[in-house]
Design a protein around this ligand. Structure first.
Ligand code: IVH
Length: 689
């Protein structure tokens, strides 16, 4: 294996590097199943260029440096104007140096910059005559491309007819959005084809394929055009393209932005970086362009790339590594989830050793084997996941992944009737975990009932589920090891207090699948009592904000399964004395047993009508509050708490290290307040003591 990051020390190392890079470039620009990740490829090309600079007489003819697409692909339809590539910079300093170099060359400051996302797909040229789409070409080697007009129908954003009868050539990127990538892989596996390993290879494969029995949709983003008024600034040109009906990045959160100074450029790059994980498509960098036509003309272009634009590359979100093993873990509700053990790999500065594999059917669909080279994807703080194996890299050392035949925790049977396998004993398989969860700070908050004590109670046979906790007697507890009078009385007092926790917390303590803390609070606020929740059918549950028909059905079946436990909890008066603070529902039909929705309750609070998101770590008077307690506070004060920023969000409470949510809120023009300011706003609702 080539070490892509080491300098090349001999002519034979140089020759090996050229061979490896040519092979990787061919894969990258065709079906994309490259043995090198994007970062490694870039590093390899940099090492090759460095060697060539020191040994100019040794440059090999097939060297990728200085060539569009690394010289990997050719086509047979000539481009009217060459389709160039972009030079790369890898840091803010390199970007500043590049900008200074451009201004020196021009002999004047650049009039303005345009900063836009570098879309991670394939470059295409789309030719229109009298406003009608005539032909679509790939970039090829930049001088001639391949005719892929047959694929145009499936490309969203590339209209068959423009809004005006113009003769132009659009240039832009075709890609699979995350959603399209997932849809494509579902379709492919249904048709017995291997899933795509990476959205870009998916886009490449789809564009070139003919006569597939299924249709994969792609998306086009225009970033340039030939044939329009040559004096348009780049940003005006993009606006014109959008007005003609072409899709541009202007329709996204990472839209192109005109910047007057390089400081503004750097700030905008940081904003786009912060938005990256939340974008619905992959970007592998940010492109900085001189905006004025005169600046572009005067800077001109080299043979490979324009001098007026540069790509600030970002660390890749996909990496190739080896799948070492698959572990099967049993969750709190008895779900048996596979987890990939990986050869450690650094993705965007974080070392990844585990990744999610969803469920057994998914493993089968992807055709994964132990020892496979796999693509791993990690975006921002999203859980890393294994995408697909690189089957052409197989060596014969691969082994099938063995699925468990019995529950790996308790040895009982496995219920395989759903995609996600589950221990036949359901949540009882995990009595200890269920008890610890129920006793947690955001649920029943039972002081003195941590991990060790929960294990002791379950192993002694006194406790099999959370209802048993409330039948514990003083004598039983005193009979346990390390349980003195004081600890016993404290635990009994804590249990007594736990009986009267707010309904949302009691409900949350049940660990109903499909509901977490926020959803539990919403359900409690909607129905007002455990009896009303239990009486609800799927249609009634689906009236709660955020519960769709599928989740409603899941909750109903969970509640049926939990009925014996709920009866015993009721008999122990757990969660029965408490009802939520109710206001009459504005929209609920009379007599359906439902209370107010959190969106309306309690009327008159300082946050009435506000949709609030809390992010980052809290400080000042709010420092001690967990995220759940913050959300409870929001709802007490009349607001609606949610975990993600959207157009409907009206207020963001941003603590320290607030990341992408803050960037998104600013982007959407949402009011952002610091924890201290927020504390003043809701002062009378703060928890006492
Ligand atoms: S401008 C002459 N703008 O990145 C101008 N390219 O690595 C050259 N790309 O070949 C292209 N997003 O396929 C431009 N906003 C953007 C882009 C972009 C993605 C691709 C394009 C180009 C490659 C260079």
């Amino acid at each position: 294996m080539i070490d892509a990051t080491a300098p090349l020390l001999s002519s034979s190392a140089y020759a090996d590097a050229v061979t490896a890079a040519v092979r990787a470039a061919a894969a990258y620009y065709t079906d994309g199943a490259t043995p090198l990740g994007d970062d490694e490829y870039d590093a390899l090309v940099r090492a090759i260029s460095a060697y060539e600079e020191a040994h100019p007489d040794e440059v090999l003819p097939d060297s990728p440096s200085g060539k569009v697409a690394g010289g990997a692909v050719v086509g047979d339809v000539p481009h009217s104007v060459p389709m160039l590539s972009l030079d790369n910079v890898f840091s803010g300093e390199e970007l500043d140096a590049w900008a200074a170099g451009l201004e020196r060359r021009l002999g004047r400051p650049v009039a303005a910059w345009c900063v836009e996302p570098k879309l991670d797909g394939l470059a295409v040229a789309a030719r229109y005559r009298a406003g009608r789409l005539q032909q679509v070409l790939t970039r090829g080697d930049g001088l001639a491309g391949e005719d892929i007009s047959h694929a145009a129908d499936a490309v969203l954003g590339l209209p068959a007819a423009l809004a005006e009868p113009v003769d132009i050539e659009l240039r832009g990127e075709v890609l699979l959005t995350q959603e399209q990538f997932e849809a494509a892989n579902r379709l492919r596996t249904e048709h017995g084809a291997e899933p795509f390993a990476h959205p870009r290879s998916g886009a490449a494969g789809t564009l070139r394929a003919k006569d597939r029995p299924y249709r994969v949709e792609l998306t086009f983003f225009a970033y340039g055009a030939l044939g329009l008024d040559e004096d348009l600034t780049h940003s005006a040109l993009l606006e014109r393209l959008a007005a003609l009906g072409a899709n541009t990045a202007a329709s996204t959160d990472a839209h192109p932005l005109r910047c007057a100074t390089t400081e503004e450029v750097q700030r905008r790059i940081e904003e786009i970086v912060a938005l990256r994980a939340a974008l619905p498509f992959g970007i592998d960098g940010v492109v900085v362009k001189a905006d004025a036509a005169a600046d572009q003309r005067d800077a001109g272009s080299g043979s490979r790339a324009p001098r007026w634009a540069v790509a600030r590359k970002l660390a890749a979100e996909h990496k190739v590594t080896r799948l070492l093993d698959v572990e099967w873990n049993v969750g709190r509700t008895g779900i048996i989830a596979p987890r990939a053990v990986l050869e450690p790999v650094v993705i965007d500065g974080v070392t990844i050793t585990y990744a999610t594999l969803h469920n057994p059917a998914d493993i089968t669909r992807r055709g994964l084997m132990i020892n496979d080279q796999v693509f791993v994807h990690r975006a921002g703080d999203v859980i890393p996941r294994v995408e697909a194996p690189l089957t052409e890299q197989r060596t014969g050392d691969e082994r099938p992944i063995v699925f468990p035949e019995v529950c790996p925790r308790c040895g009982d049977a496995i219920d395989t009737s759903e995609q996600r396998w589950r221990c036949a004993r359901g949540r009882n398989c995990q009595a200890v975990a269920s008890v610890i969860y129920a006793a947690g700070r955001d649920q029943l908050d039972i002081e003195g009932l941590g991990g060790t004590r929960a294990v002791q109670l379950v192993e002694s046979g006194l406790v099999a589920d959370i209802a048993d906790l409330f039948t514990l007697t003083r004598e039983q507890l005193l009979g346990l090891d390390r349980m003195g009078e004081t600890s016993t009385d404290n635990l009994l007092a804590a249990l007594e207090e736990a009986r009267n926790r707010p309904l949302g917390r009691v409900f949350c303590a049940l660990g109903v699948r499909g509901t977490g803390r926020t959803m539990s609070r919403r359900i409690a606020a909607h129905f007002g009592s455990m009896a009303a929740i239990r009486a609800a059918d799927a249609d009634t549950l689906a009236r709660v904000d955020g519960i769709g028909p599928e989740k409603a059905r899941l909750i109903v079946s969970e509640l049926t399964e939990l009925a014996p436990l709920l009866d015993r909890l009721a008999a122990q008066r757990v969660g029965t004395a408490v009802t939520e603070p109710q206001v009459p529902a504005v929209d609920a039909p009379a007599g359906d047993g439902s209370g107010g929705d959190p969106a309306q309750a309690p009327a008159g609070g300082p946050l009435t009508g506000e949709a609030v998101v809390v992010t980052g770590s809290m400080t000042g008077p709010l420092a001690a509050l967990s995220r759940n307690e913050m959300n409870e506070l929001v709802e007490r004060a009349g607001g609606k708490a949610s975990s993600s920023v959207s157009k409907r969000t009206t207020l963001l409470v941003a603590g320290e290290k607030a990341g992408s949510k803050r960037a998104k809120a600013e982007e959407l023009g949402i009011r952002v307040v610091a924890p201290e300011e927020f504390a003043v706003l809701v002062a009378e609702y703060l928890p006492q003591g």
